[in-house]
Design a binder for this molecule. Structure first.
Ligand code: IPM
Ligand code: MG
Length: 358
């Protein structure tokens, strides 16, 4: 069966890393059909809007979306701010496609154990941040600024059904893992957090095989550096998930390694999703062949697992990445003594070769 993948390369290093992920997907199967469209700064330059309607339409007509990264210094001053690539492209993509469940695994890769900023084995971990992605302070209105410029308002709203659906996805993922959820909030201060905690507490008895506990977000930030191995699934709201996922990713050693999936409602065992690296567009190294394509390649593996229900193919890609790293092949961001330094495309090629061998 042919599957259509919308490819939104975006800005900065986006096109380079996405190119390598497409290369890997082509090695896995000839059944994928790729259609490219503009997003972010590239789309703004082309037609004056970071999220063209035609790009959204392509996503809706596809089985999955592969995204690179958006934004860059060239676009930071665009007015109004709603037209900047991050807010004007990423946020509408997420909300229009109902991608409310953001899955961000952060796992220590064996070959890169020593790259963690935590000494020795203290940084070894295998966790997933389940981040609510279409609610909370990122989306709620009013967002007002007083005319004199001295007062700004952001509003945080959560509705029961928004908490229920992300928690359901977290319970499902926990069941495929070590069956432990830490739900993270700020219930000692925020009303939205008290609702969040109430809903998760009510749902827990329906999943008796999953252990649920609650943690305040400041404590979680601290626990992540104290002992990241204590976490299996971290379930949290939009902004806390943004912050904690960056923290967790750095503990693995490099932001250049971490994939993500943003998923909609499951239907018949499959979900529509957008797959992208956790890192940004890295304009300082764009076009130089220095970017690490592994995060995007592992995002493509997540696409196979969640949207195409093909765990075996996902594992082939993940094992190929491990094999290449075990062989000492490195892009600049993860380079260490005695290893072989390669470019973005050489890394993609090395991983593709391992797929052919497997
Ligand atoms: C992320 C990014 C985005 C977010 C920005 C670029 C809007 O930091 O995907 O984590 O905050 O969600
Ligand atoms: Mg972020």
């Amino acid at each position: 069966m042919s599957r259509k993948i919308a490819v939104l390369a975006g800005d900065g290093i986006g096109p380079e890393v996405v190119g390598e992920a497409v290369k890997v997907l082509k090695r896995i199967s000839s059944a994928f059909e790729f259609e490219h469209a503009l997003v972010g700064g590239a789309a703004y330059d082309d037609g004056g809007h970071p999220m063209p309607q035609s790009t959204l339409d392509l996503c809706r007509a596809s089985d999955a979306v592969l995204l690179g990264a958006v934004g860059g210094p060239k676009y930071d001053k665009i007015q109004p701010p709603e037209m900047r690539p991050e807010v004007g492209a990423l946020l509408p993509l997420r909300s229009e496609l109902n991608l409310y469940a953001n899955v961000r695994p952060a796992k220590t890769l064996n070959a890169l154990k020593d790259s963690s900023p935590l000494r020795g084995d203290r940084g070894v971990m295998d966790l997933v941040v389940m981040r609510e992605l279409t609610g909370g302070i990122y989306f709620a209105r009013p967002r007002e600024r007083r005319d004199d410029g001295n007062t700004a308002v952001d509003t945080c709203i959560y509705r029961r059904h928004e908490v229920v659906r992300i928690a359901e996805r977290a319970f499902e993922i926990a069941r495929q893992r070590r069956r432990e959820i830490v739900s993270v909030d700020k219930a000692n201060v925020l009303e939205t957090s008290r609702l969040w905690r109430e809903v998760v507490t009510e749902m827990a008895p329906s999943y008796p095989d999953v252990k649920v506990s609650h943690m305040l977000v400041d404590n979680c930030a601290m626990q992540l550096v104290r002992d990241p191995s204590q976490f299996d699934v971290i379930l949290t709201e939009n902004m806390f998930g943004d912050i904690l996922s960056d923290e967790a990713s750095m503990i693995t050693g490099s932001l250049g390694l971490l994939p993500s999936a943003s998923l909609s409602d499951p239907k018949e065992g499959r979900v529509f999703g957008l797959y992208e690296p956790v890192h940004g567009s890295a304009p300082d190294i764009a076009g130089l062949g220095k970017a690490n394509p592994i995060a995007t390649i592992l995002s493509a593996a997540m696409m196979l697992r969640y949207s195409f229900d093909d765990d075996a193919a996902a594992l082939v890609i993940e094992n190929a990445v491990d094999a290449v790293l075990d062989a000492g092949i490195r892009t600049a961001d993860i380079m260490s003594e005695g290893c072989q330094l390669v470019s973005t495309s050489e890394m993609g090629e090395a991983i593709s070769q391992r797929i052919l061998l497997s």
